[in-house]
Design a binder for this molecule. Structure first.
Ligand code: ZN
Ligand code: ZN
Length: 243
């Protein structure tokens, strides 16, 4: 039985999860929530008896506003290093050529009809990325966090595996809504086929790891039968011919 590491989930305004990892000498954030979530995260950190200045790193899964919206403000208050996959860096730093809403699927088509103001509301306050990482790289954070590049939902989407603890942070590569592991929404994914292939790839990559906890970008943490659920999810993708 593994000891439960201190991973705290904050449920964000736009339903995106923010994870606060509480180590003895530092705090690490996985994603940063929407702009409205800034005080929520700060208050949660304070409720742990800790201070935002202790945040050493903010690992971002991707640039969407429900995940990176408070990154700039949290970086300012903490001087944390912001980490993201290299392919996501331009979009985090203000390049808005890749929309967060894609004209695919019913939701995407409906969203594309929204007035310009609504599109502007999904724009992320640009954040400087301090560390641009690559697929397979092991970050020198919390004793080693491995990066998986999982493009499709966005070009530089990343998953992070805290190797020593067997905890996988999947961002929007695999989400846990509707009580099951699933792919992200098609209307918010730039290449849905690639997103499916990436989701299967990350399961392949962790198959021999001792993953017991999956922390997704949306939905509850998966802390029972996590590996079986990942394998079942991949099996479903294969059966549907998505990979
Ligand atoms: Zn999301
Ligand atoms: Zn997203």
């Amino acid at each position: 039985m593994k000891s439960i590491p201190p991973v705290h989930k904050v449920f964000g305004y736009l339903t995106g999860n923010i994870y606060i990892i509480e180590a003895d000498d530092e705090l690490v954030l996985i994603d940063a929530g929407a702009p409205q979530d800034y005080m929520l995260v700060v208050d949660r950190i304070k409720s742990l008896g800790r201070s935002p200045v202790e945040v050493s790193h903010i690992l971002l899964s991707h640039f969407h506003v429900d995940h990176a919206g408070s990154a700039a403000a949290l970086r300012r208050v903490s001087q944390a290093k912001v980490v993201a996959h290299a392919d996501e860096v331009p979009y985090l730093q203000g390049d808005d050529s890749v929309s967060s809403v894609y004209k695919k699927g019913v939701l995407g088509r409906a969203a594309s009809l929204l007035p310009r103001g609504a599109a502007a509301a999904t724009r992320v306050p640009p954040v400087e990325v301090d560390v641009a990482c690559a697929d397979g790289e092991v970050l020198d954070v919390l004793g080693g966090i491995r990066v998986f590049h999982t493009p499709g939902h966005t070009p530089g989407q990343a998953c992070y595996l805290w190797e020593e603890k067997g905890i996988l942070f999947t961002g929007d590569t695999i989400i846990n809504t509707y009580r099951t592991l699933t792919l992200p929404t098609i209307g918010f994914s730039c290449d849905f086929d690639q997103a499916a292939a990436s989701a299967a790839k990350v399961v392949d990559a962790v198959e021999d790891e001792d993953v017991w906890l999956v922390c997704a970008g949306h939905g509850p943490m998966v802390d029972t039968d996590a590996m079986q659920k990942l394998l079942k999810f991949r099996g479903k993708l294969m059966r549907k011919g998505k990979v």
